[in-house]
Design a protein around this ligand. Structure first.
Ligand code: SF4
Length: 361
């Protein structure tokens, strides 16, 4: 019996201890659960805080983006409004005969380069008209030789270009775009691109040859309108083999080719979106075709006029900013109406330097 006494006592002691232990254990479990919940709560709070911070950051960035003027990466400088043609739908008409002195134009181009310009396109009017192409040649040379712009291009109707111009300036030029709306001379006459005794189409062939001989990338621009919308240009375009064939839908611009104070009347040239689509469909096998509907053109170009003012087309007419020569690029470009997203969407940024085009001359 004396043997069993300590065992009984030890058993009682153990059961009392187990009771205490179970209290301690259950308190420990509830403590741990409480701690876990607290940590979770803190974690959720902190991740909520983080996402609130990120959202505020994005908002700030967006606001900054909205207030920040766009970079003038690719600029179209229409330095003259004068032209030797009379296209009925022209959307940059001869409202003035002003052309900036060469040194002022160079100063403006330098400002644009400092603001981020990589591509300049000289246009008009007819850019070869001023000083028989010498003014244009000097600007092209300046942009390549002094400003080292990756891309220097010209849009011209091609009628005034001489081979001696190529001899003097072709090395500074990346792309020459020639406007050609039809391979039927009668249609060209109807549009207003007639050259009297000269044939616009034959002239195009000659320019194509010079571009090959003097190593300038050759491009064609066509405006699709009431008079050429049914035409099939596949064979002629393939034979000319341009690096790009830009196909525009005829565009109405108040004050230029529409409205009371306009010098042209585009109304009878306009075509519907469906008609434009029909033209594109007929030419879908032409791989160099780059289509530009009215929608794509809208606000996706940075246009400088003869005073170096950006032209804002948001309201369907060209409203000028102040000149970059007076207020600087950053201030003027705020009023350009330019939509950088639309510019990228229409493929405004492409391989635009002849060094990168790797052409088989
Ligand atoms: S060639 Fe060009 S600038 Fe000259 S009238 Fe025709 S569209 Fe206008």
């Amino acid at each position: 019996m004396w043997v069993f006494m300590p065992i009984a006592f030890a058993g009682k002691l153990l059961s009392a201890f187990r009771l205490q232990l179970s209290y301690v254990w259950s308190s420990l479990v509830s403590l741990l659960l409480g701690l876990r919940a607290a940590f979770r709560l803190a974690g959720t709070e902190s991740s909520r805080h983080q996402s609130r911070k990120a959202a505020a950051e994005t908002r700030r960035e967006e606001e900054k983006g909205m207030n920040q003027p766009p970079t003038p990466l690719s600029v179209n400088y229409h330095f003259t409004r004068q032209c030797n043609y009379k296209c009925g739908f022209c959307f940059h008409t001869a409202k003035t005969s002003f052309v900036l002195p060469l040194e002022d134009a160079k100063r403006g181009l330098l400002l644009l380069k400092e603001a981020g310009m990589e591509k300049i396109n000289f246009s008009g009017g007819e850019p070869f008209l001023q000083d028989r192409g010498e003014y244009l040649g000097q600007l092209v040379k300046f942009c390549k030789e002094e400003l080292h712009l990756p891309s220097v291009s010209i849009v011209s109707n091609g009628s005034l270009i001489r081979e001696r111009w190529f001899r003097s300036y072709a090395e500074y030029l990346d792309i020459l775009a020639i406007s050609c709306d039809s391979f039927d001379e009668q249609v060209n006459v109807l549009i207003g691109r007639g050259q009297g005794k000269k044939n616009h189409v034959q002239n195009l062939q000659k320019l194509r040859t010079w571009c090959r001989d003097y190593r300038v990338a050759f491009k064609i621009n066509s405006v699709i309108n009431r008079f050429n919308v049914e035409e099939d240009m596949r064979e002629q375009i393939k034979a000319l083999n341009p690096v790009r064939w830009k196909v525009f839908q005829c565009l109405r611009i108040e004050g230029e080719n529409a409205g009371e104070d306009a010098l042209r009347e585009a109304e009878r040239f306009l075509i519907s979106d469906e008609e434009f689509e029909g033209f594109l469909h007929r030419h879908k096998e032409v791989s160099c075709l780059v289509p530009e509907s009215n929608q794509k053109m809208k606000d996706s170009y940075l246009i400088l006029d003869e005073y170096m003012r950006f032209l804002n087309c948001r309201n369907g007419r060209k409203e000028p900013s102040k000149s970059i020569l007076d207020v600087g690029v950053e201030e003027a470009v705020k009023f350009s109406g330019f939509d950088e997203k639309m510019f990228l969407k229409r493929g405004g940024k492409y391989v635009w330097s002849k060094a990168d085009l790797q052409l088989d001359w």
